[in-house]
Design a protein around this ligand. Structure first.
Ligand SMILES: Cc1cc2nc3c(=O)[nH]c(=O)nc-3n(C[C@H](O)[C@H](O)[C@H](O)COP(=O)(O)O)c2cc1C
Length: 323
């Protein structure tokens, strides 16, 4: 079984990756995408988006982190991957799934799924630009608006040298809407000789079980489910109660305080409250009452000082929030 924490730009930055991997259960994590377009990015760009790279490419609790690149030009992607390799990332992942309009307009992300031959050239050039001991992997959706070329794309990526493939089992046009079409993961697994990791709509232990049955594999990447229930990977491994409990919520509070400290160290003060509200908004899915109540208390607050006052009032064990 492999459980990987998904890349989530604007949601799972290194602060949340630290918290979620400290709660535990993950074999690895992938950074948010770093956009490559016609320049050689400086080292500081990689270090800003994936500071784990300065810690032997691991989160503080030791979970390996792979750096994700997004772009459409094989030469520039290869040149940037070569430079990134000097920082010894745990791996280089290529994004072929991003549905964002700004990314797709420039032919990047999911748009590349219309051109399997280009996918092949991209992976091939990046593979050749990176030392053999650094894996090059890829993450794809099932297509742009239909699944007609899903197998072609997967084969092109494997043939180009991808060491493994994450399949987000939806087309670009399906966005993030349920369901995820896990049966396609099974088809892709049969069509290519490299390991395939299933991704999409795993929110609970039952979802994970159904996903595994359909895909025929226990390797899953967890995205929004991991953010909504930080114990999800541990539940799947049988290391926490299979269903969320009030005790889990109480045990999460110190991690929420850690997150708040980390966020304040990272973003400008005006943005910090929005970040914790975003996470609490997602935690409501798992703990509607507890997270819901804290979320509604924080919702009107605008300054970090006000948020810190509320968190202090919760008497969280070990809590030492600054304002
Ligand atoms: C806010 C957000 C940001 C995302 N950013 C990235 C990204 O940077 N790179 C990537 O490959 N996928 C990205 N994704 C897609 C996720 O990695 C994952 O494939 C998707 O959310 C489906 O998994 P889930 O249903 O478990 O959330 C993002 C998803 C969300 C919700």
């Amino acid at each position: 079984m492999r459980l990987i924490l998904a890349p989530m730009e604007g949601l799972a930055d290194h602060v949340l990756r630290d918290v979620l991997t400290r709660v535990g259960g993950y074999d690895g994590a992938v950074s948010e995408f770093i956009r490559v377009s016609g320049t050689l990015l400086p080292f500081r760009t990689y270090q800003r988006i994936c500071p784990e790279i300065c810690n032997a490419s691991r989160t503080p609790s030791g979970t390996p982190v792979v750096v994700q690149l997004l772009g459409s030009d094989p030469g520039w992607l290869a040149a940037n991957a070569a430079r990134l390799s000097a920082l010894s990332p745990h791996g280089v992942d290529l994004n072929f799934g991003c549905p964002a309009k700004t990314v797709n307009r420039h032919g990047g992300g999911a748009m590349l799924l219309g051109d399997p031959e280009l996918l092949n050239r991209i992976v091939h050039s990046v593979r050749h630009a990176v030392p053999a001991d650094i894996p090059v992997t890829a993450k794809m959706r099932l297509g742009i608006s239909d699944t007609a070329r899903a197998l072609d794309c997967a084969q092109a990526l494997a043939e180009g040298g991808a060491a493994s493939l994450v399949v987000h089992a939806r087309t670009r046009d399906q966005g993030y809407r349920a369901p995820a079409h896990w049966e396609w993961v099974a088809r892709i697994r049969e069509a290519i000789p490299v390991p395939v990791v299933a991704n999409g709509e795993v929110w609970t232990v039952d979802d994970w079980k159904r996903c595994c049955e359909i895909c025929g594999s226990q390797d899953v990447m967890l995205g929004r489910g991991a953010v909504s229930d930080p114990w999800l990977a541990r539940r799947i491994r049988g290391l926490a109660e299979p269903e969320p409990t009030h005790a889990d919520w109480l045990a999460l509070l110190p991690f929420i305080a850690d997150y708040w400290r980390g966020v304040q160290g990272k973003v400008v003060p005006a943005h910090a409250p929005g970040r914790i509200k975003l996470w609490l908004g997602m935690l409501r899915r798992t703990w509607p009452e507890e997270a819901g109540e804290l979320h509604s208390i924080l919702r009107p607050l605008r300054t970090p000082g006000e948020v810190s006052d509320v968190l202090r009032g919760l008497s969280i064990p070990g809590l030492n929030v600054s304002s």
